[in-house]
Design a protein around this ligand. Structure first.
Ligand SMILES: NC(=O)c1ccc[n+]([C@@H]2O[C@H](COP(=O)([O-])OP(=O)(O)OC[C@H]3O[C@@H](n4cnc5c(N)ncnc54)[C@H](O)[C@@H]3O)[C@@H](O)[C@H]2O)c1
Length: 426
């Protein structure tokens, strides 16, 4: 199948790099978003998200007239849906964005078109939700037009490279749809393209993130056990991972982000009777912020009235994405226990933090505080020099929850150094 013009609905972390990469590969792309301020900003070359290299790519795509930003879809050869799929209330998948994107495509759908859902979705969403909406056009899915599901598996911070190099799964509602999807992504994907059914592709995406979530839950439980038994969990994991068939992931202050902390719930919701392990792993990871707060409470002999500076709020290192971040929950729990929290997040200094105050400089972060807590391993935070920090603050207590700081160096600089998963660094 040949493609000249495509429409990408949703211009966030996934849709914007995808739209720009198709445009710089020569296709005419209509990038659509329902948020007028995002549309206006992008039309002026201003980005609402940070991803290395993305600004240059978007600007190149816009200047070449290959990428047009709009609030409305248009007729095109293919439509890609990359809208959010968060959860709401009791961890139920919110498919309202997918539904409204599909409804927005409907008036523009023509025979021979391809529609691809990229949003992470519960099993059978493509067949049971997307197809019936599109068939309101009077066209028959799989016969008059093609429908596929293709999950995105890029790593934030590396999106532009991984978009091209990663293996890509394309699940069609029938083999012709999978082939059409293959032909579209072949335009820029250099990694292997695997075609399968739509529901398999949906399962694959959820299985990948669920596997990681369960593995991190084990690591988090190991961190708790290590503290109980006076062991350094980081050392123990490193040694265990020398076993050729063991690969334990890293513990931390919790699991956040738009994917790993959300996607397993889609399985739990879809089949609660079959998912006790997945459910429990979610609960373990969701309780890890409490574990960190309890540890700080013990270290500081109570939290009431104590000032605590947290380093990092993002859900993972070197990104500006704070969605579902455990660091935000830690701030909230600390302040609920009476602590005064200052947060230093160099990737999002203006974040409207509800339960504490943002500080914009390291100097402010270090002033008049009782404890420093490293919650995110941003490289620039890992690189902080203990001697330099020691000379800028009276604070002498720190907790590292991500194994980002060299315990011995911080202890040597005069800090009482604590680490998650270690009873105490000496
Ligand atoms: N961010 C990641 O690293 C990542 C990785 C893999 C998969 N995913 C999945 O990709 C999907 C998109 O995630 P994201 O991080 O890009 O989300 P995002 O929130 O960054 O961007 C989504 C955009 O869609 C827009 N939108 C909402 N409804 C719309 C509609 N009806 N029409 C057009 N635009 C609409 C929003 O305004 C927003 O700008 C989600 O399902 C997510 O789980 C994300």
């Amino acid at each position: 199948m040949k493609f000249n013009k495509i429409c990408v609905l949703g211009l966030g972390y996934i849709g914007l790099p995808t739209a720009s990469t198709f445009a710089t590969s020569g296709l005419k792309v209509i990038g659509v978003d329902v948020n007028p301020s995002i549309v206006k900003g992008l039309q002026n070359g201003e980005l609402h998200i940070y991803e290395p290299g993305l600004r240059t790519l978007v600007q190149a795509a816009i200047i070449s007239n290959k990428l047009e930003i709009s609030e409305q879809p248009q007729e095109a050869d293919a439509f890609i849906i990359a809208v959010p799929t968060p959860f709401y209330g009791e961890k139920k998948a919110d498919l309202s964005y997918v539904i409204s994107a599909a409804e927005a495509i409907l008036p523009h759908l023509r025979a021979g078109n391809l529609v691809v859902l990229e949003s992470t979705s519960p099993p059978r969403t493509t067949i049971d939700i997307l197809v019936p909406i599109l068939e309101k056009s009077g066209l028959k899915a799989g016969v008059d037009f093609y429908v596929a599901y293709s999950p995105e598996r890029v790593l934030p911070g590396q999106i532009l490279r991984e978009l091209i190099e990663n293996a890509r799964v394309i699940g069609g509602i029938n083999p012709e749809s999978a082939q059409a999807g293959h032909d579209l992504y072949k335009i820029f994907v250099k990694g292997k393209i695997i075609t399968t059914t739509a529901t398999t592709a949906e399962m694959v995406k959820l299985m990948e993130n669920t596997y990681r979530d369960v593995n991190i839950a084990i690591a988090n439980e190991f961190s708790r056990l290590a503290e109980r038994f006076g062991v350094d969990v980081w050392e123990a994991i490193q040694i265990a991972n020398l076993h050729p068939r063991v690969n334990i992931l890293k513990p931390g202050p919790g699991v956040g982000g738009h994917c790993i902390s959300v996607d397993p719930w889609f399985f739990v919701e879809a089949a609660p009777d079959l998912t006790p392990l997945i459910h429990t792993a979610r609960q373990v990871n969701d309780s890890q912020p409490h574990f960190v707060v309890n540890k700080l409470e013990t270290i500081l002999n109570g939290l009431e009235g104590k000032t605590i500076t947290v380093f990092g709020l993002a859900y993972k290192p070197d990104v500006d994405d704070l969605r579902e971040s455990p660091a935000i929950e830690i701030v909230q729990l600390l302040s609920e226990k009476g602590a005064i929290v200052k947060a230093y997040e160099p990737f999002k200094p203006d974040y409207p933090l509800k339960h504490g105050s943002m500080v914009k400089t390291l100097e402010e972060a270090l002033l008049g505080t009782d404890a420093l807590a490293l919650l995110v391993g941003h490289q620039q935070l890992r690189d902080l020099d203990p001697q330099d920090i020691q000379s800028k603050t009276e604070c002498r207590i720190l907790l590292d929850t991500v194994n980002g700081w060299d315990c011995a160096a911080w202890s040597e600089a005069g800090f009482d150094t604590y680490q998650l998963g270690v009873s105490r660094c000496d």
